[in-house]
Design a protein around this ligand. Structure first.
Ligand code: ZZB
Length: 260
């Protein structure tokens, strides 16, 4: 699986995360949260960044001045993809629990929210996929829309400020069947009430992927008016050339044979 790994630079740490990394990296070093995405063309619509609140992340050294917050599993994969200074080895400066990162302000490349977006908790983040960090595009990802809706509804319970989950959701991609806010449309249509409706969310995701990719037309950015199919690799290259993203591959997941 070939992902686009995006570099979300930390602008302001949540207090507990600041405590956890204190003295562990050089003064003035850049730290990035690094989500893995299959939809680089939707990055204009980022409104927050998700971490699994119960997952443990590492702060991994890229080079003298740059560090990534990702799962250890992702760091081990990256070590063999020419991403870190030393091939095949990883250097961890600190461990941070997801819940301690919540509230951190990060810069999300291409996002229309130029003031930055917050790190928020998502219970359904899988530790075994991507980097364990997920960038949130509620306009085009049903999972993300269901989660930000839930977070805004129960902000106190989740220990966040309500406004962090309520950044404006801008239309990014026009589609003939679901309009220009594909995810909210599908969440409503399939009567999805919460992030726990996993079966309907899986179906909504499939529909959103297909419609977005084959029928979608970008409404914003440098490739405005172009078909998603055509614009997708262009947005990706632009991000990579700007140093704001890089290619990250996941080794094939082993399929356990049932016939022995
Ligand atoms: C931004 C985005 C915008 C995404 C969108 C999707 C969509 P898949 O399809 O199941 O293989 N993701 C990445 N890592 C994780 C993780 N560890 N746990 C849970 N979700 C994760 O999954 C690929 C997508 O799942 C990724 O692409 C990421 O969300 C999320 F408009 O990034 B995506 C219709 C989907 N739209």
């Amino acid at each position: 699986q070939e992902y686009t790994a995006l570099k979300l630079k930390v602008l302001e740490w949540a207090p507990k995360a600041a405590e956890a990394i204190k003295g562990k990296i050089p003064e003035g070093a850049n730290v990035f949260l690094v989500p893995a995405t299959l939809r680089p063309e939707t990055m204009y619509g980022q409104t927050c960044c998700f971490v699994g609140p119960k997952l443990t992340y590492g702060l991994f050294k890229v080079d003298e001045n740059n560090y990534f917050v990702i799962t250890e599993r992702a760091a081990r994969n990256m070590a063999y993809q020419g991403i870190f200074a030393k091939e095949g080895s990883i250097e961890k400066a600190a461990d941070i629990v997801g819940s301690d990162i919540v509230g951190t302000l990060v810069n999300a490349p291409l996002s229309l929210h130029k003031e930055g977006v917050r790190v928020l908790p998502m219970d359904t983040v899988l530790p075994t996929k991507g980097t364990g960090v997920v960038t949130s595009v509620p306009s085009d990802s049903p999972d993300d829309f269901a989660t930000v809706t839930e977070l805004a509804k129960k902000a106190d319970y989740y220990g966040i400020q309500k406004e962090w989950a309520e950044l404006e959701i801008f239309p990014i991609i026009e589609t003939p069947s679901y309009g220009d806010l594909c995810a909210p449309f599908l969440v409503k249509k399939l009567k999805i009430a919460s992030p726990k409706d996993t079966k309907q969310l899986e179906e909504a995701k499939e529909l959103a992927y297909k419609e977005g990719f084959y029928q979608g037309i970008l409404k914003v950015g440098d490739f405005k008016g172009e078909k998603v199919e055509i614009a997708k690799p262009k947005v990706r290259s632009q991000l990579i050339e700007a140093g704001e993203a890089f290619a990250y591959s996941e080794p094939e997941r082993k399929v356990v044979s049932r016939s022995g």
